[in-house]
Write a protein that binds this ligand. Structure first.
Ligand SMILES: [Zn+2]
Length: 259
């Protein structure tokens, strides 16, 4: 981009909605302005020079004009494209889930630098296809809950402070309990966490953002169920894209079984 007239931001495209004949309304999580809506005029035209930088799963530099709190796109250039995700339907379904969840938790105009970095990190891992997708999803859910301040640190029992080898966690609650404290509660169902699963949770609840995929051990399946249930319960939201992801994986399994 030659001369930069307007507001320059870097942003991840989270949602695209068609409006009028050739225009689109983009929902973008930007570095400096937080989540904003941007009107991209003429973007549906194949000849539009900004078109490729305004696709889903793309992190772009955007030059915006602002008037009365409304943003319109002037120019766009790709910083990093994860558009190759759409070549793999399972990765693409999870990338849609990441976009929907991030869109849901971010409020308009509030900078969310950690969440933006998390989303970029997760999209990168999905595009690399080197790590199990379900594990990437688990890390995303745990770290999003951490960014939102709703993830316990799993280091010790929330009530008595003991640090046993086994802790119990209610997916619909906020506390982790040791067996003694658990036996004193009138009890809802809990997940028993021990061994590598507990190590993994302690790691994800404490490691720096750039190390979220550097865990030493993989958790049991219960951690993936826990992260999903805890996040969706805490947000009181069942994500449409998550249902779609499960339809895709179910379909994939049934095709594999028929082979
Ligand atoms: Zn306790």
């Amino acid at each position: 981009m030659s001369e930069k007239k307007g507001i320059v931001v870097n942003g991840l495209i989270l949602r695209i909605a068609d409006c009028r004949e050739n225009d689109r309304m983009l929902t973008v999580l930007t570095d400096e302005l937080g989540k904003i809506s941007v009107l991209a005029k003429g973007i549906k035209s194949l000849r539009n020079k900004n078109r490729s930088a305004c696709q889903m799963f793309t992190y772009s530099e955007l030059i915006l004009n602002e008037r009365d709190g409304f943003y319109t796109l002037s120019e766009a250039a790709i910083n990093r494209s994860f558009a190759s995700l759409s070549e793999d339907i399972e990765a693409s379904a999870l990338a849609c889930y990441v976009s929907e969840a991030v869109d849901f938790v971010c409020m308009d105009g509030v900078p969310e630098e950690e969440i933006l970095r998390l989303a970029l990190n997760v999209l990168y891992m999905l595009s690399e296809k080197k790590t199990d997708f379900y594990l990437i999803k688990t890390v995303f859910e745990l770290r999003l809950a951490l960014c939102l301040g709703i993830l316990p640190d799993f280091s010790c029992c929330t009530v008595c402070g003991k640090r046993p080898d086994t802790l119990y966690f209610s997916e619909t609650g906020e506390s982790v309990l040791c067996l003694d404290c658990l036996s004193q509660t009138s009890n809802e169902s809990t997940v028993c966490l021990t061994g590598t699963s507990l190590d993994f949770l302690r790691y994800e609840a404490a490691c720096p953002q750039k190390k979220i995929f550097s865990f030493a051990c993989e958790p049991g399946d219960e951690v993936g169920r826990l992260s999903e249930k805890h996040l969706t319960y805490s947000l009181s939201r069942r994500f449409r894209t998550l249902d779609f992801y499960y339809e895709i994986t179910k379909l994939g399994k049934s095709i594999a079984e028929k082979k």
